[in-house]
Ligand binder design. Sequence first.
Ligand SMILES: *Cc1c(COP(=O)(O)O)cnc(C)c1O
Length: 374
Amino acid sequence: MTSSLLTNGTFFFPGPTEVRAEVMQQMTKPMIPHRGPLFEDMFARIQDSLRVIFGTTRSVYVSSSSATGLMEAAVRCAPAGRVLSIVNGAFSARFSAIVKACARESDVIDVAWGETVDLDVLAEKLRATRYAAVTVVHSETSTGALTDVRTVARLARENGAVCLVDSVTGIGGAELRFDDWELDFALTGSQKALALPPGLAFASATSAFIEQAKAQPGRGLYFDLVEFDAYASKNQTPNTPAIPLFFAAEMQLAAIAEETMAVRWARHAAMAKRTYEWVDALAARHGGELRVLATAGKRSPSVTSITLPSTIKSSGVLKAVASRGFTIGSGYGKNKDTSIRIGHMGDHTLEGLGRCLAACDDAFAELLAERPAP
Ligand SMILES: *Cc1c(COP(=O)(O)O)cnc(C)c1O
């Protein structure tokens, strides 16, 4: 399986990420009924892989939606009461926006983009006010910052709150152990570190979380985790699932489990380190401004956001990199023009990333006028 993971990838976008051709091909398989043994057996095999990937003995729910759907599910099914949202980028801001859109009373801890929440500040906030739930993003894809969700969840638990973890660019790339870390709820999407096409989202919840959810009014229907839990125990989904995406997921999630999580996390860490080294070398040649946005030691292994010198816009970099055959991302939200992001996640390899960074290096040499354009 390892050899099929050695793609000559060129697509380093931070989501959707590159999908292997053989995984894409699974989606052309003939349709099957979603109520019946063919689907149920496939669902059971997908569960076997997902339990390894999440580090849980629980069911992992599969939603035919993008990840945002399960963020909303988490909020709607969370215990009644005030919600605290840790906001350190665009996706954690989205989690907070969902909390407000679901008419929940809430507070926000605002953290500078590129940084992670100060755990002492969080602990103090949790002690001062009674919260029912905390929302947090593990790997903030807009900035490349990695939050210690294990500790955040522990602090929440010690203060009587559940912790809702968005690990969309985490799970499958950054270490997350659902059971060992005693998480209450964690979700991811198909199109990031799992290197599947967009359109599926995955989440696990403890039995205690599901039990209390049963008492919550206004959970809605499509994103009711109580329903997901009941159907998962029958190897089914509540509604018609996106069956072609399940075909792709069956192959890809088995390949991920076979690679083993330890190997996969190490591969992502190595790719991230290579990226920082490249940024540092480039910055050394050009001085100051160019830098990795996220604070050292608190960086995601899946995605790196790089702040550009003020003389360069992200659109110019993306174009120069594209002309060399590679796709990377612009900054996100308020950082769109002033930074670029490299998605070094999924099935990418150190070798493939090396080729991408060489292309980026060449592009910057042109843009920073180390030498004239060819
Ligand atoms: C991509 C992403 C999301 C949103 O996922 P959708 O699949 O677009 O709904 C949420 N959180 C994080 C951290 C992400 O990277």
